[in-house]
Design a protein. Structure first.
Length: 248
Protein backbone atom coordinates (compact mmCIF):
# COMPACT_ATOMS: atom_id res chain seq x y z
CA UNK A 1 0.00 0.00 0.00
CA UNK A 2 1.38 3.41 -0.96
CA UNK A 3 0.66 6.74 0.66
CA UNK A 4 -0.17 9.76 -1.41
CA UNK A 5 2.60 12.32 -0.74
CA UNK A 6 0.03 15.10 -0.90
CA UNK A 7 -1.85 13.60 2.03
CA UNK A 8 1.29 13.72 4.15
CA UNK A 9 1.78 17.40 3.36
CA UNK A 10 -1.85 18.16 4.18
CA UNK A 11 -1.62 16.27 7.48
CA UNK A 12 1.49 18.17 8.55
CA UNK A 13 0.01 21.46 7.45
CA UNK A 14 -3.23 21.00 9.38
CA UNK A 15 -1.30 20.01 12.48
CA UNK A 16 0.83 23.13 12.31
CA UNK A 17 -2.15 25.40 11.77
CA UNK A 18 -4.00 24.07 14.79
CA UNK A 19 -6.20 21.22 13.51
CA UNK A 20 -5.57 18.55 16.14
CA UNK A 21 -7.71 15.77 14.68
CA UNK A 22 -5.72 12.55 14.66
CA UNK A 23 -2.59 14.15 16.11
CA UNK A 24 -1.29 12.85 19.43
CA UNK A 25 -1.05 15.58 22.12
CA UNK A 26 2.72 15.17 22.60
CA UNK A 27 3.35 15.36 18.86
CA UNK A 28 1.04 18.35 18.53
CA UNK A 29 2.99 20.23 21.20
CA UNK A 30 6.25 19.50 19.37
CA UNK A 31 4.81 20.63 16.02
CA UNK A 32 3.47 23.84 17.53
CA UNK A 33 6.80 24.55 19.21
CA UNK A 34 8.62 24.08 15.90
CA UNK A 35 6.12 26.33 14.14
CA UNK A 36 6.60 29.01 16.78
CA UNK A 37 10.38 28.68 16.48
CA UNK A 38 10.18 29.15 12.69
CA UNK A 39 8.01 32.22 13.13
CA UNK A 40 10.56 33.61 15.56
CA UNK A 41 13.22 33.10 12.88
CA UNK A 42 11.62 35.91 10.90
CA UNK A 43 12.46 38.38 13.66
CA UNK A 44 15.60 40.46 14.05
CA UNK A 45 18.68 38.38 14.95
CA UNK A 46 19.58 38.10 18.60
CA UNK A 47 23.05 39.29 19.56
CA UNK A 48 25.19 37.28 21.97
CA UNK A 49 28.44 38.84 23.19
CA UNK A 50 31.13 36.30 24.10
CA UNK A 51 34.07 37.47 26.21
CA UNK A 52 36.94 34.98 26.43
CA UNK A 53 39.80 35.03 28.88
CA UNK A 54 42.70 34.42 26.45
CA UNK A 55 45.50 34.63 28.98
CA UNK A 56 48.11 31.87 29.01
CA UNK A 57 46.24 29.44 31.28
CA UNK A 58 43.33 29.33 28.85
CA UNK A 59 45.12 27.85 25.81
CA UNK A 60 43.51 24.36 25.96
CA UNK A 61 39.98 25.77 26.21
CA UNK A 62 40.73 28.38 23.55
CA UNK A 63 41.82 25.59 21.19
CA UNK A 64 38.61 23.67 21.87
CA UNK A 65 36.46 26.76 21.33
CA UNK A 66 38.15 27.30 17.95
CA UNK A 67 37.40 23.74 16.90
CA UNK A 68 33.79 23.85 18.04
CA UNK A 69 32.79 27.38 17.05
CA UNK A 70 31.21 26.28 13.76
CA UNK A 71 29.06 23.75 15.62
CA UNK A 72 28.14 26.35 18.23
CA UNK A 73 26.80 28.69 15.54
CA UNK A 74 25.01 25.82 13.75
CA UNK A 75 23.24 24.81 16.97
CA UNK A 76 22.21 28.41 17.64
CA UNK A 77 20.87 28.79 14.10
CA UNK A 78 18.45 25.92 14.72
CA UNK A 79 16.75 28.09 17.33
CA UNK A 80 16.59 31.27 15.25
CA UNK A 81 18.81 34.01 13.83
CA UNK A 82 21.74 34.77 16.15
CA UNK A 83 24.87 36.87 15.66
CA UNK A 84 27.96 36.48 17.82
CA UNK A 85 30.08 39.43 18.93
CA UNK A 86 33.46 38.03 20.04
CA UNK A 87 35.94 39.64 22.43
CA UNK A 88 38.99 38.41 24.30
CA UNK A 89 41.44 39.80 26.82
CA UNK A 90 45.09 38.79 26.96
CA UNK A 91 48.43 40.39 27.69
CA UNK A 92 47.49 43.82 28.99
CA UNK A 93 44.74 44.58 26.52
CA UNK A 94 41.37 43.62 25.09
CA UNK A 95 40.48 42.74 21.49
CA UNK A 96 37.26 42.84 19.50
CA UNK A 97 37.45 39.93 17.05
CA UNK A 98 34.33 41.00 15.18
CA UNK A 99 30.64 40.20 14.76
CA UNK A 100 29.75 36.95 13.04
CA UNK A 101 26.79 34.98 11.78
CA UNK A 102 29.03 32.34 10.20
CA UNK A 103 30.65 29.75 12.44
CA UNK A 104 33.52 29.31 9.98
CA UNK A 105 34.28 33.05 10.04
CA UNK A 106 34.13 33.14 13.85
CA UNK A 107 36.49 30.17 14.14
CA UNK A 108 38.86 31.74 11.62
CA UNK A 109 39.00 34.96 13.64
CA UNK A 110 39.77 33.00 16.81
CA UNK A 111 42.60 31.12 15.10
CA UNK A 112 44.35 34.41 14.50
CA UNK A 113 44.57 34.98 18.26
CA UNK A 114 47.09 33.23 20.50
CA UNK A 115 46.71 33.10 24.26
CA UNK A 116 49.16 35.39 26.05
CA UNK A 117 50.17 35.86 29.67
CA UNK A 118 48.83 39.05 31.17
CA UNK A 119 46.42 40.72 33.54
CA UNK A 120 42.65 40.37 33.72
CA UNK A 121 40.91 42.89 31.45
CA UNK A 122 37.22 42.03 31.81
CA UNK A 123 36.29 45.65 32.45
CA UNK A 124 37.88 46.78 29.19
CA UNK A 125 35.95 44.09 27.31
CA UNK A 126 32.71 45.33 28.91
CA UNK A 127 33.54 48.86 27.74
CA UNK A 128 34.35 47.74 24.19
CA UNK A 129 31.15 45.71 23.93
CA UNK A 130 29.00 48.55 25.27
CA UNK A 131 30.37 50.92 22.62
CA UNK A 132 29.60 48.54 19.76
CA UNK A 133 26.02 47.49 20.43
CA UNK A 134 23.59 46.44 23.12
CA UNK A 135 23.64 42.65 23.31
CA UNK A 136 20.73 40.42 24.29
CA UNK A 137 23.10 38.56 26.62
CA UNK A 138 26.78 38.53 27.54
CA UNK A 139 28.70 35.28 28.02
CA UNK A 140 31.88 35.46 30.09
CA UNK A 141 34.38 32.58 29.94
CA UNK A 142 37.47 32.27 32.14
CA UNK A 143 39.21 30.79 35.15
CA UNK A 144 41.03 32.98 37.69
CA UNK A 145 41.95 36.64 38.08
CA UNK A 146 45.26 38.26 38.95
CA UNK A 147 45.82 39.55 42.47
CA UNK A 148 45.88 43.21 41.43
CA UNK A 149 42.53 43.09 39.65
CA UNK A 150 39.86 45.41 41.06
CA UNK A 151 37.05 42.90 41.37
CA UNK A 152 34.59 45.11 43.23
CA UNK A 153 34.53 47.82 40.54
CA UNK A 154 33.98 45.25 37.78
CA UNK A 155 31.16 43.58 39.72
CA UNK A 156 29.63 47.02 40.23
CA UNK A 157 29.89 47.72 36.49
CA UNK A 158 28.32 44.33 35.67
CA UNK A 159 25.27 45.30 37.71
CA UNK A 160 24.83 48.57 35.83
CA UNK A 161 25.26 47.65 32.16
CA UNK A 162 21.65 46.45 31.89
CA UNK A 163 22.37 43.11 30.22
CA UNK A 164 22.30 39.66 31.81
CA UNK A 165 25.73 38.09 32.06
CA UNK A 166 26.18 34.32 31.93
CA UNK A 167 29.49 33.61 33.66
CA UNK A 168 31.16 30.25 32.92
CA UNK A 169 34.11 29.41 35.13
CA UNK A 170 36.65 26.67 34.51
CA UNK A 171 39.06 25.07 36.98
CA UNK A 172 42.29 25.10 34.96
CA UNK A 173 44.66 22.23 35.79
CA UNK A 174 47.84 23.18 37.60
CA UNK A 175 46.62 26.49 39.00
CA UNK A 176 46.55 27.51 42.64
CA UNK A 177 43.26 26.16 44.08
CA UNK A 178 42.76 29.30 46.16
CA UNK A 179 43.10 31.48 43.04
CA UNK A 180 40.55 29.31 41.24
CA UNK A 181 38.14 29.55 44.17
CA UNK A 182 38.55 33.32 44.13
CA UNK A 183 37.88 33.35 40.39
CA UNK A 184 34.75 31.25 40.82
CA UNK A 185 33.43 33.57 43.54
CA UNK A 186 34.12 36.55 41.28
CA UNK A 187 32.26 35.00 38.34
CA UNK A 188 29.32 34.08 40.57
CA UNK A 189 29.10 37.69 41.77
CA UNK A 190 29.13 39.05 38.20
CA UNK A 191 26.32 36.71 37.16
CA UNK A 192 24.28 37.46 40.28
CA UNK A 193 24.36 41.26 40.11
CA UNK A 194 23.52 41.25 36.38
CA UNK A 195 20.54 38.91 36.76
CA UNK A 196 22.22 36.23 34.65
CA UNK A 197 23.46 32.80 35.70
CA UNK A 198 26.65 31.00 36.67
CA UNK A 199 27.86 27.56 35.55
CA UNK A 200 30.99 25.46 35.92
CA UNK A 201 32.54 24.96 32.50
CA UNK A 202 33.97 21.48 31.94
CA UNK A 203 33.34 18.01 30.56
CA UNK A 204 29.88 17.79 32.15
CA UNK A 205 28.88 21.20 30.76
CA UNK A 206 31.04 21.99 27.70
CA UNK A 207 31.14 25.46 26.21
CA UNK A 208 29.14 24.53 23.13
CA UNK A 209 26.24 23.29 25.27
CA UNK A 210 26.30 26.32 27.56
CA UNK A 211 26.32 28.82 24.68
CA UNK A 212 23.48 26.93 23.00
CA UNK A 213 21.54 27.02 26.28
CA UNK A 214 21.97 30.79 26.57
CA UNK A 215 20.76 31.17 22.99
CA UNK A 216 17.65 29.14 23.79
CA UNK A 217 16.89 31.17 26.92
CA UNK A 218 17.30 34.43 25.01
CA UNK A 219 15.00 33.16 22.24
CA UNK A 220 12.26 32.28 24.71
CA UNK A 221 10.23 29.31 26.01
CA UNK A 222 9.60 27.71 22.61
CA UNK A 223 13.33 27.64 21.84
CA UNK A 224 14.04 26.25 25.32
CA UNK A 225 11.78 23.27 24.51
CA UNK A 226 13.75 22.61 21.33
CA UNK A 227 17.20 23.10 22.84
CA UNK A 228 19.84 20.54 21.89
CA UNK A 229 21.48 21.10 25.30
CA UNK A 230 18.75 20.44 27.89
CA UNK A 231 21.22 19.63 30.66
CA UNK A 232 22.91 23.01 30.25
CA UNK A 233 19.55 24.79 30.11
CA UNK A 234 18.50 23.13 33.37
CA UNK A 235 21.81 24.06 35.03
CA UNK A 236 21.31 27.73 34.17
CA UNK A 237 17.66 27.73 35.23
CA UNK A 238 18.58 26.03 38.49
CA UNK A 239 21.07 28.81 39.21
CA UNK A 240 18.50 31.47 38.33
CA UNK A 241 14.87 30.28 37.89
CA UNK A 242 13.81 33.82 36.93
CA UNK A 243 15.48 33.32 33.55
CA UNK A 244 12.24 31.69 32.41
CA UNK A 245 10.81 35.22 32.42
CA UNK A 246 13.72 36.64 30.41
CA UNK A 247 12.66 39.15 27.77
CA UNK A 248 15.74 40.85 26.23
Amino acid sequence: MTTDPKSLIVSASTALTGNIKGVQPGKLEELRARKAAREKAAQEPKLLTLIFDATASRQPTWDRAQRNMAQIVTDLAKLGPVHLDLYCHRGDGADHLGRFESGADAASAMRRISCMAGTTQISRCFDLAARNARADAVILIGDCVDSGHDQSSVVDKAGKIGVKIFAFHEDTNGYDPSALRDGERYYRDIARVSGGAFAKLGDALPLEDLVSAVGAIVMGPDAVKLSTAPKAVQALLKDNPKLLEYKP
